[in-house]
Ligand binder design. Structure first.
Ligand SMILES: Cc1ncc(COP(=O)(O)O)c(C=O)c1O
Length: 486
């Protein structure tokens, strides 16, 4: 008997299936990075990690606060007197000051337009745990949630893997900037019904990972009337709320709920986390804010399986209660994200690479459709393999976000320092120019024959090719493999 089939009999279905979703391009990219991580000095030709939505642009502010507030860390001389009380506390309601500080922070991030009741705050192990807990509370195995595409690949793991719940796509398209329309919602709902799949809810992510866009008020109202009409739940993942760096402002579902007559609050649940807005994914601070008391009670009991450690709660309570720090952090973070986003997207625009217009998140959605050999997901993965193996950038292909059209890639921009960002930008530009150059040469030959005009700018290409970037010793474009493949 083989090892695998032997294990299939010995172990559970969960243990022997690949429901975790690790076998996707999204996670393959991470592995490629781990095998050959870029370092400015030690490994300048390594893979640059642009597949990780981390917010590392404001750690100087956090560090300064930690140094100035040694009492908040109970393993310091100043904080040691609280050590015992914190170490023995294990109530799954969480420290009252933690729930109060988090709800206040959530209000601030939403421009003080809404209030949150600390008694409705339930802790979880990051937003990951929050999603799973909600799925357990709202649906039974076999039931499904509608999810607009493209969506965060982790949802497949978080909502489905251990719960047996399914996700059903609401197909959104680039022709209207991936807007969630009433028609798309209705059509997905109907298709699910035709397939005898019971829809228990709609999951939205605002601001969106991977798009970096925010939902407008009208769309949020349409969504609320859709879920009320169908009497299904609405889970709103708002974990990128404070990353919005320019107009239009972020609008929380909690704000729009107040404006919609007859909205059944019991159907609405917000997922929040400090992983993105503060940049603390390692602290595993996830929050469920449900307007439904039964869900709050059940989720709280379930939270025993994924509590936030009391030490972390204590530190976060203290940090988030410092309103001056919080205001300064939110303001500076948005300025830095805006600058970084602008540098990247403008640098790409100069060589003709378009990105979806966005104003939030830690990433943008890059349009490489013109670089595909053909408009298929195979061609997208071929291009992605070149980008990862030869250009040495771990960007994530759209197919892993269930995008309905091939050629889109998510690029994370806030998890690296300025110098790494410059190297990454240089690499993408070199690559795209070279690939476009080859496509242009081929097109030019064809056009000469057919006397058609070529629309692409050769002057700009020549300018760039003659620039000092072209001679960079770190340019992956000098790789014979790239030249052979492109
Ligand atoms: C939309 C979305 N939801 C949830 C998560 C998981 O967040 P956490 O680290 O808080 O578990 C992520 C992480 O990237 C995300 O992008």
């Amino acid at each position: 008997m083989g090892f695998i089939s032997g294990n299939n009999k010995l172990l559970s279905k969960i243990a022997t299936s690949d429901g975790h979703g690790e076998n996707s391009a999204y996670f393959d990219g991470w592995k490629a990075y781990e095998n050959d991580p870029f370092h400015l000095i030690k490994n300048p030709n390594g893979v640059i990690q642009m597949g990780l939505a981390e917010n590392q642009l404001c750690f100087d502010l956090i560090q300064e606060w930690v140094v100035n507030n040694p009492k908040a860390s109970i393993c310091t001389a100043e904080g040691a007197q609280d050590f015992k009380d914190i170490a023995i506390f294990q109530d799954y309601h969480g420290l009252p000051e933690f729930r109060k500080a988090v709800s206040r922070f959530m209000e601030k991030v939403r421009g003080d337009k809404v209030t949150f009741d600390p008694d409705h705050i339930v802790m979880s192990g990051g937003a990951t745990g929050a999603h799973e807990t909600l799925a357990f509370c709202l649906a039974d195995p076999g039931d499904a949630f509608l999810v607009p595409t493209p969506y965060y690949p982790g949802f497949d793991r978080d909502l489905r893997w251990r719960t047996g719940v399914q996700l059903f796509p609401v197909v959104c398209e680039s022709s209207n900037n991936f807007k969630i329309t009433k028609e798309a919602l209705e059509s997905a709902y109907e298709k699910a019904q035709e397939s005898n799949i019971r829809i228990k809810g709609l999951l939205i992510n605002n601001p969106s990972n991977p798009l970096g866009t925010v939902l407008d008020r009208e769309t949020l109202k349409d969504i609320l009337s859709f879920i009320n009409d169908k009497n299904i739940h609405l889970v709103c993942d708002e974990i990128y709320a404070a990353t919005v760096f320019s107009q239009p402002d972020f609008i929380s579902i909690s704000e729009v709920m107040q404006e919609v007559n007859g909205c059944n609050e019991n159907l609405v649940h917000i997922v929040y986390s400090l992983s993105k807005d503060l940049g603390f994914p390692g602290f595993r601070v996830g929050i469920i804010y449900s307007y439904n008391n039964v869900v709050v009670n059940c989720a709280r009991k379930m939270s025993s399986f994924g509590l936030v450690s009391t030490q972390t709660q204590f530190l976060i309570a203290s940090m988030l209660s410092d309103e001056i720090f919080v205001e300064n952090f939110i303001a500076k973070s948005s300025v830095r994200l805006s600058q970084r986003h602008g540098l990247f997207t403008k640098g790409l625009a100069q060589v003709g690479i378009c990105t979806l217009k966005s104003n939030g998140g830690l990433f943008f959605w890059m349009d490489l459709r013109r670089l595909l050999k053909e408009s298929t997901f195979e061609a997208e993965l071929d291009l992605w393999h070149i980008i990862i193996n030869e250009v040495k950038l771990n960007v994530s292909p759209g197919v892993s976000f269930h995008c309905s059209e091939p050629g889109w890639f998510r690029v994370c921009f806030a998890n690296m320092d300025d110098e790494t960002m410059r190297v990454a930008l240089r690499r993408i530009r070199h690559f795209v120019l070279q690939r476009k150059g080859l496509i242009e040469v081929a097109t030019k030959k064809q056009c000469r024959r057919s006397k058609l005009e070529i629309s692409l700018s050769f002057r700009r290409l020549d300018d760039f090719m003659n620039s000092p970037f072209m001679n960079s010793p770190h340019s992956p474009m000098s790789s014979p493999m790239v030249q052979a493949r492109t």
